[in-house]
Design a protein around this ligand. Structure first.
Ligand code: CTP
Ligand code: MG
Length: 226
């Protein structure tokens, strides 16, 4: 089975702050995107990688090219993550793979074992994502934060990326999707009436979202336990 990958890296990283989009920030002297690229493009199951970027970030992208031996092509992204994935899928359509893994640039710590798990599950499922059980107690709330009721932890999972799909299945789901952005690609499949399977995610594969996530990442790379 041929598997290509799309790394979505066109976001602005507003919540992380830091002056430049988070995927171009350095963690222990190496950019987040170079780390993400090495993890995905370096895996034997992945044929080629398209990185979706904002044209404003051309200089940052060139700097990443100097940091990694991995080859990748770039395409311009859109206003939402959904638009950016759509642009990545269009770039692969000419020489379409059997399957595609869509990954957030902001998750540099995915393991090769996770990619193995997803690739293996693609033999049996058209859509599969890594997911983790919730550890905290969960509450359904009103918009003002008042609790409505507890939510049973057994029936929820936290969704991660890479999310893996048969290429035709994901392309068809995107073709059916109207305007408006969805949180991830699993949501696009569900909106089209499809089924999404889960495999075990990884705590280390957290998304760099807030400033504290960068502190956690630095500490991890320094071999500290936090
Ligand atoms: N992304 C993208 N195109 C967009 C928005 C997001 O390619 N228009 C990518 C981001 O670069 C990131 C991933 O989608 O790798 C997950 O999104 P998120 O963590 O929300 O990143 P940002 O949108 O950049 O951050 P923020 O929401 O804090 O601005
Ligand atoms: Mg965002």
């Amino acid at each position: 089975m041929t598997i290509d990958a799309i790394i979505v890296a066109a976001g602005r990283g507003e919540r992380a702050g830091g002056g430049i989009p988070k995927q171009f920030r350095s963690l222990a002297s190496r950019s987040v995107l170079a780390r993400t690229l090495d993890a995905l493009a370096g895996h034997a199951a992945i044929r080629r990688v398209v990185v979706v970027v904002n044209p404003q970030d051309t200089d940052h992208v060139e700097a990443v090219r100097g940091e990694t031996a991995r080859s990748f092509t770039t395409v311009p992204g859109g206003a939402t993550r959904t638009d950016s994935v759509r642009a990545g899928l269009a770039a692969l359509a000419d020489d379409a793979p059997d399957a595609v893994m869509i990954h957030d640039a902001a998750r540099p710590f995915l393991s090769s074992a996770l990619i193995d798990r997803l690739a293996e599950a693609l033999d049996r499922h058209a859509a599969v994502i890594p997911a983790l059980p919730a550890t905290d107690a969960l509450m359904r709330v009103m918009t003002d934060g008042t609790i409505v009721e507890p939510v049973d932890r057994a029936v929820v999972r936290a969704a991660q990326t890479p999310q893996a799909f048969r290429f035709d299945t994901l392309s068809a789901a995107y073709a059916r999707l109207g305007g408006g952005g969805l949180a991830d690609d699993a949501a696009v499949i569900l909106a089209a009436g499809g089924q999404v399977h889960t495999v075990e995610g990884e705590a280390e594969n957290f998304k760099l979202t807030m400033p504290a996530d960068f502190r956690r990442a630095e500490a991890m790379l320094m071999g500290e336990t936090i």
